[in-house]
Ligand binder design. Structure first.
Ligand code: PEP
Ligand code: MG
Length: 320
């Protein structure tokens, strides 16, 4: 079995009927890049930048961040790299030198793009480092915890200012930067038609989308029966997000844990997903699962899946 999977390492990702699916890797640590390439990822779909900020007392400066992003981009050898801007909040910020005030409810607090807007100098430092890395390969910028078009407009404005400054300082950077939003708060999924014009792509973050939609803490084991990626509300939000993105001609990926779980692969194809991003250890299994799927037949199941109750969803999936 291991050997059979290993042969898939550099195979194209296709469904049985020949539809091309793109598989990206999630990355956090420098070593993740080697495994992503070894397993034939089409690029990095989510690079979590938090680790640069954790377990330390001082914030990483522009050069330190630039070195890390450049190494990542070079490591991917010309494949697209999606760098997510800082997604820290009061739950994790104890050791970062960020000195965030304690909050009674960090999940609903000053985190992700909210923190970036609140600390514009911090955001600009990171943005400059990301843009400088674009001289070494294709990058895309991904913004976490977005709830409004204003946050995207403000981010785009910052990208433009940083790009202009860097060029006038003599840096050679890319001509254009794809900007994307994480869809991980229900408001973003529901109001996506009002935001889609401000982004080049979206990435569905089901880890948080499930938590916020179902009001069930993703880290609370006693609520794990409620933290359910197959809840009808989740299927609806994921399906609507994919549809809205594709209708506008924008790429839509899904980078939560759901993407790496082969129990959900057929379901996600049925909901229209064509881009998955996952920890690189799961790439081969998911590629293998995709190869066994008939995309047209799955797409026909979508209306039924979206009308079904939870039991009905399980029953449909059990037959796939
Ligand atoms: C998500 O929320 O699904 C996600 C990919 O981001 P993180 O797990 O880093 O919150
Ligand atoms: Mg998230």
């Amino acid at each position: 079995e291991g050997r059979r999977l290993a042969q898939l390492a550099h195979a194209e990702t296709r469904t049985r009927d020949g539809s091309t699916i793109r598989l990206f890797a999630n990355a956090e640590l420098p070593n993740d890049v080697a495994q992503a390439r070894a397993n034939g990822a089409d690029g990095i779909g989510l690079y979590r930048t938090e680790f640069l900020f954790l377990q330390r007392h001082h914030l990483p400066d522009e050069d330190e961040q630039f070195q890390a992003y450049r190494e990542l981009v070079l490591g991917m050898g010309g494949l697209p790299v999606t760098i997510r801007t800082l997604d820290l909040g009061a739950d994790k910020a104890d050791t970062t030198g960020l000195a965030l005030t304690r909050e009674p409810n960090p999940a609903l607090g000053m985190r992700g793009v909210r923190l970036s807007m609140h600390r514009p100098a911090l955001f600009a430092t990171q943005m400059r480092a990301i843009l400088r890395a674009s001289a070494y390969g294709p990058i895309r910028i991904l913004v976490p915890m977005v709830t409004s078009a204003e946050e995207l407009r403000a981010t785009r404005a910052l990208v433009d200012i940083c790009a202009r400054d860097l060029r006038s300082e003599g840096h050679e950077i890319a001509d254009h930067f794809d900007l994307g939003a994480m869809i991980e708060v229900p408001a973003a999924a529901i109001a996506l038609p009002s935001m889609i014009g401000y982004v080049d792509f979206v990435a569905i973050g089901t880890n948080d989308l499930v938590q916020y939609t179902l009001a069930a803490d993703r880290n609370n084991d006693t609520l794990s029966h409620l933290y359910d990626p197959l809840h009808p509300a989740i299927l609806r939000l994921v399906a609507d997000t994919i549809k809205c993105g594709h209708k506008a001609g924008k790429a839509v990926s899904l980078c939560g844990e759901m993407a790496s779980d082969t129990r959900y692969t057929a379901l996600l194809l049925a909901l229209g997903l064509t881009e998955f991003s996952m920890h690189s250890g799961a790439l081969l299994e998911v590629r293998d699962r995709i190869a066994g799927c008939e995309r047209p037949a799955l797409l026909k199941l979508a209306p039924k899946l979206l009308r079904a109750d939870r039991e009905g969803i399980t029953a449909i999936l059990a037959r796939l």
